[in-house]
Design a protein. Structure first.
Length: 395
């Protein structure tokens, strides 16, 4: 990019010099040549006229010599001999101006122009040699272009990453002032204020968090922050609830989910030790049979209530085994019903309840299978599954 810039700048300077020089040089020679040609033509006309008059007898030899001498003096008098130094000096000044003006413009550009900004953009585009160098570049960028919101946002994140939370608060406030009250920025501003206040959620940080969640109930930074704040003040049940809500909204492949699962488990253990009521993340489903199905099944037939992830394939997240004789029944599934420890209901965003009636006790070879509507976690708590005759897979 630098070579291209300087190449274009040099080409433009050469073109500008040529535009100034060529007309001056060509214009000077043309004017002098035209004047000399006119003087020579007039000189020849005078000689021809004098000789014609001498041939007609109007001038004798002495008069003819005098006419020729007068024509020669007129030619010398009209020649631009005395003006040549001034003309040459003017051309020299014009040439000097044509060369000096582009050089002066280039110097002013280097001193006052956009070159420092160009160099800064190149430094920002290249991998920084150290976090301190990146921070210095971002500080210079915000100083040179205070209207650029992206620079303020990157600077705020850099301050927060280095633990300079007071500076991060000021930078995030610049982002809010220049770009509006976006929930993700409000959440990060609240988080910076929390750490700047010594891990305490003051009234201003709480107000920012509330505003962020009102605009986006799933704003991840705010949910994580409120979980940390609840844990810090000893409200472990609330911390677990906030983190479960955050985990349910993360992508299944997000590495943060494992860290959240560990934090949720730690908060739940602390809540139980402190005597705080903890309700594991899950859902309740009301299972019933249509009359035509109830007449065809046996009281001891197995009923499996399953929870499947609605947004990804895989084995059931949770399962509860009942009997037909237990129905109708309201069943609650949570992490304690998990089939595999690495697949937990609390880490899901949406689940689908499934009821399988298997006379032989194998849910994979059920006689009836009914899938309920997807449920949003953790807000939805009750679903209804009614097994109809049309759900039969075997006579």
């Amino acid at each position: 990019m630098t070579l291209t810039f300087w190449g274009l700048a040099g080409l433009l300077a050469i073109l500008a010099a040529l535009i100034l020089l060529v007309p001056l040089l060509r214009g000077g020679r043309t004017a002098e040549d035209q004047r000399a040609a006119i003087n020579r033509a007039r000189y020849r006309e005078r000689l021809a006229e004098a000789r014609l008059r001498a041939g007609q007898g109007e001038l004798d030899a002495q008069a003819l010599a005098g006419a020729e001498a007068e024509a020669a003096r007129s030619l010398l008098a009209d020649s631009p001999i005395d003006e040549q130094p001034a003309s040459r000096q003017g051309r020299r000044l014009a040439i000097a101006a044509a060369l000096v003006v582009p050089s002066l413009a280039l110097g002013l550009y280097l001193w006052l122009g956009a070159l420092p900004a160009l160099q800064l953009s190149q430094r920002l585009a290249a991998p920084p040699p150290s976090p301190q160098a990146l921070l210095a570049n971002l500080e210079e960028a915000t100083h040179r272009q205070p209207q650029a919101v992206d620079n303020w946002y990157l600077l705020a994140r850099a301050y927060a990453g280095q633990g300079r939370y007071d500076a991060a608060v000021s930078a995030f406030e610049q982002v809010v002032r220049r770009d509006g009250r976006r929930p993700e920025v409000l959440g990060q501003l609240a988080q910076a204020r929390f750490f700047a206040a010594g891990r305490k959620l003051d009234a201003q940080a709480q107000a920012l968090a509330d505003e962020a969640l009102q605009a986006n109930p799933a704003e991840p930074t705010t949910l994580g922050l409120l979980g940390i704040a609840a844990y810090e003040r000893g409200d472990y049940a609330q911390a677990a609830a906030r983190w479960r809500r955050l985990s349910a909204r993360l992508d299944p492949a997000d590495p943060l989910r494992q860290a959240l699962a560990d934090g949720i488990a730690r908060a739940e253990r602390a809540a139980q030790a402190a005597g705080q009521g903890v309700t594991p993340s899950g859902f309740a489903v009301e299972v019933s049979l249509a009359p035509e199905v109830a007449r065809r099944v046996r009281p001891d037939d197995s009923v499996f209530v399953l929870a499947l992830a609605a947004d990804q394939p895989g084995p059931p997240l949770a399962v509860r085994r009942l009997r037909v004789a237990d129905l109708p029944l309201r069943v609650r599934l949570d992490d304690s019903d998990a089939m595999l420890p690495q697949r937990r209901l609390s880490e899901q965003r949406r689940v689908r309840p499934v009821v399988v009636i298997a006379r032989g006790g194998d849910p994979l070879r059920g006689d009836w299978r009914h899938e309920g509507a997807p449920l949003e976690l953790p807000t939805a708590t009750v679903g209804r599954v009614r097994v109809e005759a049309a759900d039969a897979t075997a006579p």
